[in-house]
Every structure is written in structure tokens, then in C-alpha cells.
Design a protein around this ligand. Structure first.
Ligand code: 5GP
Ligand code: ZN
Length: 113
């Protein structure tokens, strides 16, 4: 499949992997927007948030649960952090395999741009 994140999951393209289990992979963003900027992806290909089905609810919960775990490990869980999932063109999605951005280590403003 011609998907960048599937290629990273399948080790066809290198990435700086920070976490892996049977369902998830997390790696550093190649163009970080914060001192820590990790991408957490389910290993199963789902193109956008619009493609999540009822059978995927546990997987999506695990995605958020993994983000919180990685925030604790990075040391900014208590200070705070930002998680983002972009959907489709107007949402700013550029890679069509769902991923959660985990960003920490600085103060974030609201509303997001
Ligand atoms: P999106 O814009 O789809 O929400 O996020 C895609 C993210 O993937 C961007 O933050 C971008 O910097 C990151 N990215 C794009 N290509 C690569 C790559 O080859 N390796 C890694 N580690 N991150 C990438
Ligand atoms: Zn994929």
C-alpha cells in the first residue's frame, strides 16, 4: 500500500521509533513543532477520522491512552501538553493514515491556527 506511515510501520522507511506494542507505533515527527513532537499511529491502516468504525472504538481509546503514557514518560504530563488529530484537507491532514500528534515541552496557545 502506498502509505508513508504503513511503510514506517513495516520498516520500509526509517523513523525514530519511541514506542511500539502489538497495535501501536510512535515515532518522532520529522519536522517537530515543539521540543517533543511524537506521532502515534495504529498499526492497522485507517485513512482518516471519518473512516473509524464501531469496531475501532477500543483502538482509538488505546491511541489516546498511549499518548498519555508517552506524555508521562516524556515528563510533561503534569505541566500539560497538546494532542491533535487533523482530518482531511481543511483540517490540515497531509498523511492519510490516522495519527495523533503528541506535543509537549512548551506552552501552547488557543485557539489553534
Ligand atoms: P498531518 O499534517 O497529516 O496531521 O501530520 C503529518 C505529520 O507527519 C507532519 O507533522 C509531518 O511533519 C510528519 N511527517 C511527514 N513525513 C514524515 C516522515 O517521513 N517521517 C516522520 N517521522 N514524520 C513525517
Ligand atoms: Zn497506512
Amino acid at each position: 500500500m502506498d502509505c508513508l506511515f504503513c511503510k514506517i510501520i513495516n520498516r520500509e522507511i526509517p523513523a525514530d521509533i519511541v514506542y511500539e506494542d502489538d497495535q501501536m507505533l510512535a515515532f518522532n515527527d520529522i519536522d517537530p513543532k515543539a521540543p517533543t513532537h511524537q506521532l502515534i499511529v495504529p498499526k492497522r491502516h485507517i485513512a482518516t477520522l471519518n473512516d473509524i468504525e464501531e469496531d475501532d472504538l477500543a483502538l482509538i481509546g488505546r491511541l489516546q491512552f498511549t499518548a498519555a503514557k508517552l506524555a508521562r514518560e516524556a515528563g510533561f504530563a503534569e505541566d500539560g501538553y497538546r494532542v491533535v488529530m487533523n482530518c482531511n484537507e481543511q483540517g490540515g491532514q497531509t498523511v492519510y493514515h490516522i495519527h495523533m500528534h503528541l506535543m509537549g515541552g512548551r506552552r501552547f496557545t488557543w485557539p489553534a491556527g
